[in-house]
Design a protein around this ligand. Structure first.
Ligand code: ADP
Ligand code: ADP
Length: 231
């Protein structure tokens, strides 16, 4: 469980390009925050700084009172879902989902029950022995979601997770992500979700609040209702 706070966060790339120009934002514990905006507005850079995948050039990012940079990756309580799934191609679905948990040295039975529970929720139980190359894009993205879920993170980060899927799968996977958020809430696990997309339908249907970015600054932060009904 964790609030995520961005305080005057800036990013200048090594070539001198100022991609993020001082962002202030508090994402409440359990909130579903969507970053939306045109390609190049710095959605991905911002998400990657929260994940600790990209160095912060100025300001601070706090996850539950701790500065991101002071936390080793395994202690950040974060799981990220990528556009291109980022699964290990030579490993079975089961091993892909188990990988991070084995590294954390979790008990074998605990790992097994977490995987089976997540697989059931995501309707991929029959695929546990398959390799990613034998599955559709939608199935692969469910596996990537499952791999994030089993870690029971405080914060889920999503980087355009639906953009490689065809229209039908995009809808069903979007519904799965919304359901995941609701299920976790119902179980009392208030995971914070931060979701990057350039798609307004995704932003409207998933977000508790939407943060509209343009050229590295925040234009507006509000509920979907306020943003799109009373622009
Ligand atoms: P978005 O995710 O909104 O499409 P990005 O965060 O990927 O935007 O990129 C924001 C801006 O920073 C873009 O103008 C992009 O070209 C630039 N950018 C991204 N990565 C680098 C980099 N490694 N070096 C220089 N500029 C970069
Ligand atoms: P995305 O799908 O998030 O928009 P891109 O395809 O734009 O990502 O970028 C892929 C990779 O290239 C990222 O690691 C990003 O940091 C890097 N990159 C993007 N724009 C630039 C740039 N102008 N200069 C250098 N690297 C860049």
């Amino acid at each position: 469980m964790a609030e995520v706070v961005l305080r005057d966060v800036a990013k200048t790339y090594p070539n001198g390009f100022k991609a993020v120009k001082g962002i202030d934002l508090t994402i409440k514990e359990g909130e579903f925050m969507v970053f939306v905006g045109p390609s190049g507005c710095a959605k991905s850079t911002t998400l990657r700084m929260i994940a600790g995948l990209e160095e912060i050039s100025g300001g601070d990012i706090l996850i539950g009172d701790k500065r991101v940079n002071d936390l080793p990756p395994k202690d950040r309580g974060i799981a990220m879902v990528f556009q291109n799934y980022a699964l290990y191609p030579h490993m079975s679905v089961y091993d892909n989902m188990a990988f991070g948990l084995r590294q954390q040295k979790l008990d074998k039975h605990d790992i097994d029950s977490r995987i089976r529970e997540a697989a059931e929720t995501l309707e991929i139980s029959h695929l546990l022995e398959n390799k990613p190359g034998e599955m559709s894009g939608g199935q692969r993205q469910r596996v990537a979601l499952g791999r994030a879920m089993v870690r029971k993170p405080d914060v889920f980060l999503f980087d355009e997770p639906l953009s490689n899927l065809d229209a039908k799968l995009r809808v069903s996977t979007r519904v799965s992500i919304a359901q995941l958020h609701n299920d976790l809430k119902a179980e009392g696990q208030t995971a914070t979700m931060i979701y990057v997309t350039h798609d307004q339908v995704e932003a409207m249907t998933l977000g508790d609040r939407i943060c509209v970015l343009n050229q590295g600054t925040i234009m507006q932060v509000d509920t979907p209702m306020n943003l799109y009904r009373y622009p």
